[in-house]
Design a protein. Structure first.
Length: 223
């Protein structure tokens, strides 16, 4: 059994190695304000960042404030985000969240977990994306890649590595990742998950953190 101290030490090594591999790591959603990031993150559910980034320029030009989103006809909003999938639910979530921001927060996106999570359509993942990238609040962002890699790396309990346990996995990662590194750590795992540690066939022979990973089903180099 790995001690908590040893797990923290291994996490520091993982961050160092992935940091060298991905020196330009960052949030892949394009935004210039907390409101833009909130909207983009809502759109990113079950949708690629690339598709969201193709959709948001028109959206951001048309609606520049929370009040503008709140007053937008739902059908109009749906039409502009249709390419992002589940667009009806996303349009309702954006409109509801922005209505609350306009009415309760003076039009400014709040900068705390409790206030963000209280907005309709904003779960902990979305709140952490906004906190970590728009407000520089250290945050663990549990997307599908962080979910998968935290299990393979033995940083979250295996039986918890499922989407319904994302909040618990966040808490487990908070125990082993230092506050200053949390947002960057999340992005590093996401980038590594996209580029190397794939869901079905991870490229373990090419992995820079192979020696730090206890995953028992590693792929082998081809002869």
């Amino acid at each position: 059994m790995e001690s908590l101290a040893d797990r923290k030490k291994r996490v520091r090594k993982i961050i160092a190695k992935l940091g060298k591999q991905y020196p330009d790591v960052r949030c892949m959603l394009d935004f210039s304000t907390p409101l833009e990031l909130l909207v983009a993150t809502i759109l990113s559910a079950q949708c690629t960042d690339e598709r969201v980034n193709m959709t948001t320029p028109t959206l951001f030009r048309k609606y520049r404030t929370a009040k503008a989103y709140a007053g937008a006809p739902l059908e109009e909003l749906e039409g502009l985000i249709k390419s992002c999938g589940t667009f009806r639910n996303k349009a309702k979530a954006i409109k509801a969240a922005c209505t609350a921001i306009a009415e309760t927060h003076g039009g400014e996106v709040p900068g705390t977990m409790d206030e963000l999570h209280a907005l309709d359509g904003v779960g902990r993942k979305t709140a952490n994306v906004v906190l970590g990238n728009a407000f520089d609040v250290p945050s663990i962002i549990v997307d599908t890649h962080v979910l998968r890699l935290s299990g393979r790396l033995g940083l979250a309990k295996a039986h918890n590595v499922a989407k319904r346990y994302a909040d618990k996995i966040e808490q487990e990662l908070l125990e082993v990742v230092s506050p200053a590194a949390r947002t960057r750590f999340s992005h590093l795992l996401t980038w590594h998950g996209r580029r190397c540690c794939a869901a079905r066939k991870p490229r373990c022979p090419e992995c820079v953190i192979d020696s730090l990973c206890p995953y028992p089903e590693k792929t082998q180099a081809q002869p």
